[in-house]
Design a protein around this ligand. Structure first.
Ligand SMILES: Cc1cc2nc3c(=O)[nH]c(=O)nc-3n(C[C@H](O)[C@H](O)[C@H](O)COP(=O)(O)OP(=O)(O)OC[C@H]3O[C@@H](n4cnc5c(N)ncnc54)[C@H](O)[C@@H]3O)c2cc1C
Length: 453
């Protein structure tokens, strides 16, 4: 009965939106103005407990509280919060048949405006209820839904003396981090977090629910999801390899002596659990400020490092002194040969294809946070100009790294163009195979799209 009603509703929606021409799609789908109202109606009629509208507490929670940067707050026509892959599949089919734009959000940490949220012309698909969390019988893998933040995963595994290769700040979401690669405290040992995924459960744009693994019929999709972003499928579960919680031979490794021998101003050096450490770090990255990230990369080089540092802080001090609540920082993320090689031997090749021969690298992130929307244009113009200057600097020193890390990149940075061209071609072929009508390119807004590269 429910299905008959739904089919009738779809046909009606289709007839209204397409002016009676409801033939099967034969080419790329594009959005139809006004369709979001029909999509929201269909979702709320069939799933009233999972569809939220403006004015409700759940709507506010999903459109504001769940986001890290206030630049991502938005006002979708409605929010749909599926509880399982079947409900998500239903939503994707509804949005496709009504040609409605939508955004997908997991932990809400990507600070690029419009990459994880949508305004009143579309629907937000929230991952908040996709909450599988289970350790396998042999404890070798943990299944994690995209509802979770990394602190949840670490806390869950801690009693077993296990952890996972994931984010370094506790409230970062599981899904976004894994779909862009994922830099972890364990990366020099185990590579990208994504190199440690053994299976993805995912909803294809056709609505089909599949499990992609290295050695099954979806092995090409498995490869693409290790760094290809949101152009291929919506992931509803990640099966991650677990790793031992603490596996050093000693509690006081000599490798840190260069640091521990320094006279301290403040000293937080301690032996403790990752889940505890990560919760403490969360407080340093509060929600609700306005944020901008931009990336560059270079081969480790003392002179290059000093110039990047001096360029960024010199310009920030001279140009942003009047910005209210400004924090300007630049993070030098070390990427060792071990990171790249160990990741590859752990998970096989990945789309990023970072060249181990020129390692070690610094993958830098320029992070600006500020208070007022009125300063958005000034800060963003600074961010773009400064990263361009930094890129010029590292190029002139002959140490440009080439690769741009998706998860920390800013609007318009050519992320996929920094992947090896053969990998980009393969990604494009896989995208065409799994999403011929471009639902996850044209209707799913935001994120870096392989088709645009
Ligand atoms: C404070 C902070 C700390 C960080 N620390 C690290 C770190 O230690 N290591 C690191 O590598 N990165 C780090 N990052 C970057 C982080 O990995 C990215 O911002 C990442 O996108 C966040 O994931 P999320 O799920 O929270 O993001 P979201 O904003 O929810 O999603 C990011 C993108 O993924 C898509 N997406 C979300 N869920 C799904 C899904 N289920 N299926 C398909 N597509 C989906 C969205 O459409 C969006 O385009 C950090 C970021 C911040 C702000």
């Amino acid at each position: 009965m429910g299905r008959v009603f739904l089919l009738a509703a779809w046909l009606l929606a289709c007839a209204v939106l397409h002016h009676g021409a409801c033939a099967a799609a034969t080419g790329p789908v594009s959005a139809i103005a006004g369709s979001q109202k029909i999509a929201c109606k269909l979702l709320s009629l069939t799933h009233p407990d999972h569809t939220f509208f403006e004015g409700s507490d759940n709507y506010k929670y999903e459109t504001q509280t769940q986001y890290w940067s206030s630049t991502a707050y938005n006002t979708p026509a409605c929010v749909f919060v599926p509880q399982n892959a079947q409900q998500l599949s239903f939503a994707v089919t509804t949005l496709t048949l009504t040609s409605t734009k939508f955004a997908v959000r997991s932990g809400g940490h990507m600070p690029v405006q419009g990459y994880n949220s949508i305004g009143s012309s579309g629907v937000l698909l929230s991952n908040s209820n996709l909450s599988t969390l289970a350790l396998s019988h042999d404890h070798a893998t943990v299944s994690v839904g995209p509802a979770y933040r990394w602190r949840d995963v670490y806390s869950y595994l801690q009693p077993y003396n296990l952890t996972a290769v994931g984010g370094r700040v506790g409230h970062v979401g599981v899904a976004g981090l894994l779909l862009g690669g994922g830099i972890s405290f364990h990366s020099s040992q185990y590579g990208f977090a994504a190199d440690n995924v053994v299976a993805y459960e995912a909803v294809l744009s056709s609505g089909l629910i599949v499990v992609a693994k290295a050695d099954n019929a979806y092995s090409d999709l498995y490869w693409a999801l290790k760094g290809g972003g949101n152009s291929f499928a919506i992931v509803t579960r990640f099966d991650l390899r677990t790793v031992p919680f603490y596996d050093s031979l000693t509690n006081s490794p000599t490798v840190f002596e260069n640091f521990t021998s320094l006279k301290t101003v403040a000293d937080q050096y301690a032996f403790g659990a990752l889940a505890t450490y990560i919760s403490a770090v969360d407080a340093l990255q509060p929600n609700g400020l306005r944020q901008d990230f931009r990336v560059a990369s270079f081969m480790v080089n003392r002179e290059g490092l000093s110039t990047v540092h001096d360029t960024f802080f010199g310009d920030a001090n001279s140009q942003l002194a009047d910005i209210a609540g400004l924090t300007a920082s630049i993070t030098f993320q070390p990427v060792t040969k071990g990171f790249i090689e160990n990741g590859r031997s752990r998970g096989g090749s990945n789309p990023q294809g970072v060249d181990a021969n020129n390692a070690p690298y610094f993958w830098i992130v320029q992070n600006l946070s500020w208070q007022n929307a009125g300063d958005d244009d000034t800060v963003r113009a600074f961010a773009k100009a400064t990263i361009a200057k930094i890129e010029g600097t590292i190029t002139s020193h002959g140490v440009a790294g080439g690769y741009l890390y998706m998860n920390d990149a800013g609007d318009g940075q050519p992320v996929f163009q920094s992947y090896p061209s053969a990998n980009l071609r393969r990604l494009k072929d896989i995208r065409t195979k799994y999403d011929p009508f471009r639902i996850y390119t044209n209707l799913l807004v935001g994120g870096w799209k392989v088709l645009d590269a």
